[in-house]
Write a protein that binds this ligand. Sequence first.
Ligand SMILES: Cc1cc2nc3c(=O)[nH]c(=O)nc-3n(C[C@H](O)[C@H](O)[C@H](O)COP(=O)(O)OP(=O)(O)OC[C@H]3O[C@@H](n4cnc5c(N)ncnc54)[C@H](O)[C@@H]3O)c2cc1C
Length: 375
Amino acid sequence: MMSDVSSVLIVGGGIGGMAAAIGLAERGVQVELIDIDPEWRVYGAGITITGPTLRAYRHLGMVQDIASQGAITNGSRIFHFSGQHIRDLDEPPIEDGLPATGGIMRPVLHHIMQQRVRALGVAVRLGITVAGLNNVPGGVQVQFSDGSQARFDLVVGADSVHSRVRALAFPHMGEPERTGQGCWRISIRRPPALESSEFYLGHRYPVGITRCGEDMVYMWMLTPHVSRARHFDANELFDHLQANLAGFGGSAGWIRDHMTRADWINYRPLAARLQPGPWSNGRIVLLGDAVHATTPHLASGAGMAVESAIVLAQELARASGVEAGLAAYEARRFARCKDIVDTSIAVGRLQMDGGSPDAVGGLIGAALHRLAGDF
Ligand SMILES: Cc1cc2nc3c(=O)[nH]c(=O)nc-3n(C[C@H](O)[C@H](O)[C@H](O)COP(=O)(O)OP(=O)(O)OC[C@H]3O[C@@H](n4cnc5c(N)ncnc54)[C@H](O)[C@@H]3O)c2cc1C
């Protein structure tokens, strides 16, 4: 039980919000979690679960579920975009007994986390958001969008890149900025030759494929941002992605030749921003993409959100008071999140400037090495 935090409102039931709900509820805090989506859904992409992300999920007791319902692999294979194998990346486990790396479909991961949230007795309210937040002595008075009001000892804003909590309570912060690249994704059945993650380099559009289950993968491709693509309909998304894959061999070429219009395809411009401190205002605090939004270049945004949630619960539990706990949370998270955001933006810039695969790989490899250190 935490000293002066017994009731917490979490705004946003995504990866970071659910991880925070789990970490706090496990310590005996009464948690209410709200999400703006009445059906609490997530889109149909896959997600890469790196070693550090698996380590964070180990803290939440979820690695076995991820392994059995997703896919665990022991390394990645690097190919020239034509399909010629260049080398294998050895990715040793970062902790004894921890799988090295993996992937899972986002809806499956959400379902695993949602079950745990429900099992811990977290009160979940859907289809609502916050309309007003006021720090009052020892807590926060919250106005909800349905007109109701309540008081909580702490409010956690985990409502992602366009955070409403951030807009309401953190005037010194701003919206994440476009980086100039966009990400195309497709979820599709597994190419027969693919066993572990694969990267296709040497083309102006880098591609990666992550296994997310026995028979499912998702593939991503990074291109300079196409301003019209946001408004493409499903057929146009299909046509453009297939055309972008011209000349690719290996599993990427297989996907080009076997993709169908029924497969989930998405395009999203990339945006990132490490928000300046302080990350808390009185009894209101931010975590996840709301405060450390990054690009997918290190496949670590979700891992950072889960780590931040774990650290927040740990520091609140160990501190003598809430303010000290929130300050300790920020002190432990800021430099690590800055490293991820800065490096991800730098990798994207290098790709847009035509940097060699070795230069890009060097930046990514060094960052992943640093990430393997304790959080
Ligand atoms: C193209 C792309 C690929 C990526 N690939 C990877 C990857 O492979 N591996 C990885 O680790 N990370 C990846 N990421 C990053 C990762 O998806 C995010 O960092 C992670 O989801 C952040 O978690 P979050 O809880 O902060 O936000 P989210 O998971 O986005 O959850 C936010 C939740 O808040 C809710 N919400 C939004 N607004 C409100 C509101 N006003 N009120 C109430 N609720 C609200 C939403 O409905 C949602 O449920 C990728 C990101 C992108 C853009």
